[in-house]
Write a protein that binds this ligand. Structure first.
Ligand code: GDP
Length: 422
C-alpha cells in the first residue's frame, strides 16, 4: 500500500508523529518536497528528535528512507543530521538514499533569500534558508543537482556559469561582494564525496519497490495552504506541498498511490505573514500558544493560533483526495468552556463556503462559527474514542461531517501512546 501523508492547514500539524506511527507499517519512507524549512518532531520515550531533511522513519530499524528528487538539500544541514544520527547510535547504513536529481542549496541561494526579503516592503516571512531561490534556479534551468556534485567537470562548468551571472546581480542590485568560485567548488565537491554512497536513482528504486508490493509512505512537509499553487500565495513555500507533489517529487506515478491521509490540528495555526480568518484575539491567542507550545521546530518562531477552519480543511480534503483524517492536539482544547468551528466566511454580506482566492476577500473574511460546548481536562488518559468526553466526541464527529472524510486517528499528546485509533 502506498500512502501519501499531507498537512491540511499551514504546516506544523503534527505530521511528524503520524509519520512515525505509519512508518512502522511501511518499508520505504520518502520525503518528496521542501527543504530544511520543515521540521518534524518525534518523541520516543523521553527523547525528542527533530528532523529537517532525513525522513523520521530512519528511527525505525530496517526501513529504507529516501530524499526524493522534489526536495532541495542544504548539504551542511544534511551533514549535521547524519552526524546526529551517528551520535545517537542510529544505524542507517544501506538504508538512506538521496535522489541524483534533488537540487542543492548553494551559499548564494541563502544570501539571496535574506537580501530579497530585506528589500521587500511586504515580507513573505521566508525562513531565509535559500529554499525559494534554489527552486527558482531549478525552474530557471540553472540549478545544481546532487549528481553534479559527483562529477567535478560538470559541476565546475555549472558553478562558473552561475557565479558569472549571480555575482553581477549581487554586486549591482544588492551591493554584496559576490562569491568565490574556488571556495564553493572545493566545499561542495567535499559534500559530493561525503554523500556519494547515498546518491542513487530513487525513482527506479521506488518503482521497483512498488513492483515488489512493498509499502511506501510519502511524507509531505509544510501544508496545503503553503503549497505554491493552492496556498495563500505569496505567503507560501516554493514547492508542491499537496498530494500531487508526491508523484512529481518521487517519480511514482499517480496510479500507484493507494491512499491519502490528511493531518490537521483540532484548531488552526500559521507561522509568518498572510491572511488567517479564524485567528484568535491577542490575549486568548497567547494563552493558546503557550498551551499548545506553538513555536516552530525549525525556527522557534511563535505561531499564530485560531479556531478550526472547516472552509480551508474542506478545500484540503478536495485538493489532496484525502480519505482519512488524523486530528492532532485535541488535548490542547481540553478545559475550554466553548469551542468554535468556522463553517463559512462572510464578506460584504455574502456567505462564502469555498476558499476565496482574492487576497482582499480572504484578508477581510469574517468567520461564521458553529459554537459547541467544551470539555474538561481528560485526566483519564482515554485510549479509545468511547472513553473521550461526550463533548469532545461531538466535536470530532462534527469535524468529520463537515470535512466528509473519516477520522482514523486522534492525538491527545505528543507521545506515541497518546493516540486513539478509530
Ligand atoms: P509537523 O511539522 O507537522 O511534523 O509538526 P511539528 O513536529 O513541528 O509540531 C508538532 C508538535 O506538536 C511537536 O512538538 C509534537 O511533539 C507535538 N504534538 C504532536 N501531536 C500532539 C498532540 O496530540 N498533543 C500535543 N500536546 N502535542 C502534540
Amino acid at each position: 500500500m502506498n500512502i501519501v501523508l499531507v498537512g491540511m492547514q499551514w504546516g506544523d500539524e503534527g505530521k511528524g508523529k503520524v509519520i512515525d506511527i505509519l512508518s512502522k507499517r511501511a518499508d520505504y519512507i520518502v520525503r518528496y518536497q521542501g527543504g530544511n524549512n520543515a521540521g518534524h518532531t518525534v518523541v520516543v520515550g523521553d527523547k525528542e528528535y527533530i528532523f529537517h531533511l532525513i525522513p523520521s522513519g530512519i528511527l525505525h530499524p530496517g526501513k529504507i528512507c529516501c530524499i526524493g528528487n522534489g526536495v532541495v538539500i542544504d548539504p551542511e544541514v544534511l551533514k549535521r543530521e547524519l552526524a546526529d544520527l551517528r551520535k545517537n547510535n542510529i544505524d542507517f547504513s544501506g538504508r538512506f538514499k538521496i535522489s541524483t536529481l534533488a537540487h542543492v542549496i548553494m551559499p548564494y541561494h541563502k544570501n539571496l533569500d535574506q537580501l530579497r526579503e530585506a528589500k521587500r516592503k511586504n515580507k513573505i516571512g521566508t525562513t531565509g534558508r535559500g529554499i525559494g531561490p534554489c527552486y527558482a534556479d531549478k525552474i530557471n534551468r540553472c540549478g545544481i543537482r546532487m549528481i553534479d556534485l559527483l562529477n567535478p567537470g560538470v559541476f565546475k562548468d555549472k558553478l562558473k556559469d552561475n557565479l558569472k551571472e549571480k555575482n553581477e546581480i549581487f554586486k549591482k542590485v544588492y551591493g554584496h561582494p559576490g562569491f568565490s568560485f574556488q571556495k564553493i567548488y572545493r566545499q561542495y565537491l567535499d559534500y559530493g564525496k561525503l554523500f556519494s554512497k547515498f546518491v542513487c536513482d530513487t525513482a527506479v528504486l521506488l518503482n521497483k519497490a512498488c513492483d515488489d508490493k512493498s509499502d511506501i509512505l510519502l511524507e509531505g512537509a509544510q501544508g496545503t495552504f503553503l503549497d505554491i499553487d493552492f496556498g495563500t500565495y505569496p505567503f507560501v513555500t516554493s514547492s508542491s506541498a499537496t498530494s500531487g507533489g508526491a508523484c512529481i517529487g518521487t517519480g511514482i506515478s499517480p496510479v500507484k498511490i493507494d491512499k491519502v491521509v490528511g493531518v490537521c490540528k483540532a484548531y488552526t495555526t500559521r507561522v509568518g505573514e498572510g491572511p488567517f480568518p479564524t485567528e484568535f484575539a491577542e490575549g486568548f491567542g497567547n494563552f493558546m500558544r503557550d498551551r499548545g507550545n506553538e513555536f516552530g521546530a525549525t525556527t522557534g518562531r511563535p505561531r499564530r493560533c485560531g479556531w478550526f477552519d472547516a472552509v480551508i480543511a474542506r478545500q484540503s480534503v478536495m485538493l489532496n483526495g484525502i480519505t482519512e483524517l488524523a486530528i492532532m492536539k485535541m488535548d490542547v482544547l481540553d478545559g475550554l468552556d466553548k469551542v468554535k468551528i468556522c463553517i463559512a466566511y462572510k464578506y460584504k454580506g455574502r456567505v462564502i463556503k469555498e476558499f476565496p482566492h482574492d487576497f482582499e476577500v480572504l484578508s477581510k473574511a469574517v468567520p461564521i462559527y458553529k459554537e459547541m460546548a467544551g470539555w474538561p481536562n481528560q485526566d483519564n488518559n482515554p485510549s479509545s474514542f468511547k472513553q473521550l468526553h461526550p463533548n469532545a466526541r461531538a466535536y470530532l464527529l462534527e469535524l468529520q461531517k463537515l470535512l466528509g472524510a473519516n477520522i482514523t486517528m486522534v492525538s491527545i499528546g505528543s507521545a506515541r501512546k497518546s493516540t486513539i485509533f478509530i
